[in-house]
Design a protein around this ligand. Structure first.
Ligand code: AMP
Ligand code: ZN
Length: 461
């Protein structure tokens, strides 16, 4: 069965084939680095990482590009209010540049802690000002722009299909006039270049053919994706909040310059919410990965939690679910670590797992296959080799995990395996006898839904 992915553009599940044989271009909208990432943002990057790993599982070479928004993202998506970076600067007293650097570094730490694969390209908006100016100049030549007192704007009324990605009813938006227009000609028009305010000195500003200022938020993604992946590439991702404004505007810009809608597939991760409501950076009340770590949660347990919910469903975050994810991961690790290396994978199970992830990244069902393998009566070495194949997609780093300084001596491991076999064959009295033998050697065996877990007696709780 071929890989099928849900495409927001067509609102259908489509068989995936790359534009160029074997090579996939993947662009993911990255962080706005005026504050820490919250675990909602990170959920989206976990989804994108899993997508990339599934593409690799299907034999493709993936060129993954992630941008870093370090200028131009205004407090309101309607191009009003302050630049988030300059606002962050006022909040902390640091320069906008220092803030960008600090939160970019913090973001990279989160990235690594979650075992997200390194992109081929990280691109900063402020490193690509010339590309953005060139892009806007092209749009101007093609007649898509107009000038207001505060900037150069994109005229969305020139595109009949503007907002198709979001199924936006542009006409309805105009008629309703629900959005304060200011000098904008249409509610959906957006800034390409904003002039520096005459009365205040901005920290981040550049000269341009239109005057000193800074780029609008959307132009960076059109300019940098074209630079690194071309104007027509395979998959563009982001969180669901980007559909209505940011991605609709990226498409409008790229279409006006190159005649393409950027990407063949548009994929969106749904939100993580707190029980209290939506989690947002600007709301101030958000949970960071570091917050979880301080509560004794392993970042990979957070990753496991994300895998347990389909990326197209809302994930309601609560501490109990996170604790359950941590326990499940602990159980998995303790079981895995006892399996010997050197086996060969069970290919029918690998195929079952692949069939699940190929169906629009159905990770909850793929995890069910994982637990079936854990609980199966296959030889332990086969289980390990099979689960290693799964972990190339899950990214839980099972093979790297070590229980704190606990190593199981070979004779104990043999006894434990014999007991597990006896259990599988329903030879209960033999299983009990072996449990006693292990106990006499100070090793406790516990039976759990996922199989038996072995612990030295002094650390067993
Ligand atoms: P930002 O740093 O705000 O530009 O967002 C970075 C990424 O996180 C984008 O792809 C957003 O769509 C996504 N995102 C924002 N909030 C959430 C959330 N609560 N749950 C999942 N993804 C989110
Ligand atoms: Zn973007």
């Amino acid at each position: 069965m071929p890989l099928a992915l849900y495409d927001t553009w067509s609102r259908t599940l489509r068989a995936f084939t790359p534009i160029q044989a074997d090579r996939v271009g993947l662009y993911c909208c990255g962080p706005t680095v005026y504050d820490h990432a919250h675990i909602g943002n990170l959920r989206t990057y976990v989804f994108e990482d899993v997508l990339r790993r599934v593409l690799v599982l299907n034999g493709y070479t993936v060129r993954h590009v992630v941008n870093i928004t370090d200028v131009g993202h205004l407090v309101s998506d309607a191009d009003e209010g302050e630049d988030k970076m300059e606002k962050g600067s006022r909040r902390t007293g640091e320069s906008a540049w220092a803030i960008a650097e600090r939160y970019t570094a913090a973001f990279m730490r989160d990235w690594q802690a979650l075992n997200l694969l390194e992109p081929a390209v990280w691109c900063r908006a402020t490193d690509h000002i010339d590309e953005q100016i060139d892009f806007i100049a092209e749009l101007e030549r093609n007649g898509y722009t107009y000038r207001t007192a505060d900037g150069i704007y994109f005229d969305t009324s020139q595109q009949d299909d503007y907002g198709n990605l979001a199924r936006l009813d542009a006409a309805g938006l105009q008629a309703g006039k629900r959005v304060a227009l200011g000098e904008k000609q249409h509610a959906t028009d957006f800034a390409l270049w904003k002039f520096s305010p005459p009365d205040t000195k901005r920290q981040m500003e550049w000269d341009s053919p239109w005057g000193r200022g800074f780029p609008g938020w959307h132009i960076e993604c059109s300019a940098m994706s074209a630079k690194y992946l071309g104007s027509w590439f395979d998959i563009h991702c982001g969180g669901e909040d980007h559909i209505a404004v940011h991605h609709s505007n990226e498409i409008a810009q790229t279409q006006a310059r190159y005649g393409t809608r950027l990407a063949n597939f548009w994929m969106h991760g749904h939100f993580l919410t707190l029980d209290a409501g939506k989690m947002s950076k600007s709301g101030g009340d958000f949970v960071r990965l570091q917050t979880l770590i301080e509560r004794g949660i392993d970042p990979l347990a957070y990753r496991y939690l994300c895998l347990g919910a389909h990326y197209r469903s809302t994930l309601r975050f609560n501490p109990e679910a996170l604790d359950a994810a941590q326990s499940a991961l602990d159980r998995l690790r303790r079981t895995y670590v006892q399996w010997p290396e050197g086996g060969t994978p069970d290919l029918s199970l690998v195929a079952r797992f692949k069939a699940e992830v190929d169906q629009d990244l159905n990770l909850p069902r793929a995890l069910a296959v994982l637990w079936d393998v854990v609980r199966s009566d296959l030889p332990a070495a086969t289980r390990r080799a099979t689960v290693d194949r799964f972990d190339a997609v899950l990214g839980l780093r099972l093979a790297d995990w070590q229980e704190d300084a606990v190593t199981v001596p070979a004779d104990i491991a043999l006894l434990a395996e014999a007991r597990e076999k006896a259990r599988a064959l329903k030879q209960w009295s033999e299983a009990d006898r072996l449990r006693e033998v292990l106990l006499a050697a100070d090793w406790l065996v516990e039976d759990s839904a996922s199989g038996q877990v072995l612990r030295p007696l002094d650390t067993a709780k």
